[in-house]
Design a protein around this ligand. Structure first.
Ligand code: G
Ligand code: G
Ligand code: MN
Ligand code: NA
Length: 250
């Protein structure tokens, strides 16, 4: 496992950086926040996809220091943005196995001065798969602090609807596979509409992920999604570009 050895020293060697992808109101395209995404530039291989190294980081436990670095960096950056602009950070299920997760988040907020209501934590169904009370209790603790909790990749897991019952999420992020062939597949539009209606009924936001075309934007708007994210607005960009996007979109 050569890549694993390289991953072990990547944080210390400064090989990671963060990129930020804007999320905008579906109706107005006004900026509401950014999702933080981790990037690794391997000294020999160049860019390695998170889809490749995050699972490795999870298997080895390296996701704990790496995840803390991501959260701290994201909060530090977001503290420089105007007040209503939020920052979203992805959390791995493995991070919920760590009893000090809540303290880690509190410390990251304190160190940056970012108010809790501007932090959004994205979790996937995998976090809730184990159905353990400790995880649910941690989520409640985080939410009680004023932090927002989003369900990422909604609709592609085993039991999306039952997970909505297990925790009061602030936002549903509709998986981009539903958006991808929206303009060709009428059934997908019906499904996206149903998910947006669900959000309206539960009074939670619905973000359409992976919006790439004006046609897709028009459809997700008509379906009632409240926010969009995708290459149509912007790909994920380094922190300096995020500041430019704020000037342009907010
Ligand atoms: O950035 P990209 O779309 O290539 O990301 C691929 C996958 O890696 C996505 O599922 C994304 O959620 C995940 N990912 C990216 N950055 C992070 C991170 O900081 N932490 C965790 N846990 N997952 C991340
Ligand atoms: O699983 P999660 O939603 O956290 O991952 C987000 C991933 O989706 C990132 O890797 C990001 O680069 C990618 N992404 C963001 N916008 C688009 C898009 O419009 N099209 C495609 N194909 N991927 C996108
Ligand atoms: Mn995400
Ligand atoms: Na997603």
């Amino acid at each position: 496992r050569e890549l694993e050895l390289d991953l072990r020293q990547a944080l210390g060697a400064g090989e990671f950086h963060l990129v930020f992808q804007p999320q905008v109101r579906a109706a107005t395209e006004v900026l509401t926040g950014f999702e933080t995404l981790l990037r690794w530039t391997h000294p020999a291989r160049g860019a390695v996809s998170p889809a490749e190294f995050i699972p490795l980081a999870e298997e080895t436990g390296l996701i704990l220091p790496i995840g803390e670095w991501v959260l701290r960096g994201a909060c530090m950056e977001a503290a420089r943005w105007p007040d209503p602009i939020k920052v979203a950070v992805n959390l791995s299920p493995v991070q919920f196995k760590n009893r000090s997760l809540v303290a880690m988040v509190v410390n990251a907020l304190a160190a940056s001065g970012l108010p809790p209501h501007r932090l959004e934590l994205e979790i996937t169904e995998a976090v809730l798969l184990q159905k353990d009370d400790v995880t649910i209790a941690m989520l409640h603790e985080l939410r009680a602090l004023g932090i927002r909790i989003s369900m990422d990749d909604f609709g592609v897991g085993y039991s999306s609807l039952s997970y909505l019952r297990s925790f009061p999420f602030d936002k549903i992020k509709i998986d981009r596979s539903f958006i991808a062939d929206l303009d060709r597949n009428k059934d997908n539009a019906a499904i996206v509409r149903a998910m947006a209606d669900l959000g309206t009924s539960l009074r939670i936001e619905t973000t359409a992920e992976g919006v790439e075309t004006p046609e897709q934007l028009a459809i997700v708007r008509a379906c009632g999604c409240t926010e969009i994210q995708g290459y149509l607005i912007s790909p994920p960009k380094p922190a300096a570009d995020a500041l430019d996007l704020i000037a342009r979109l907010y």
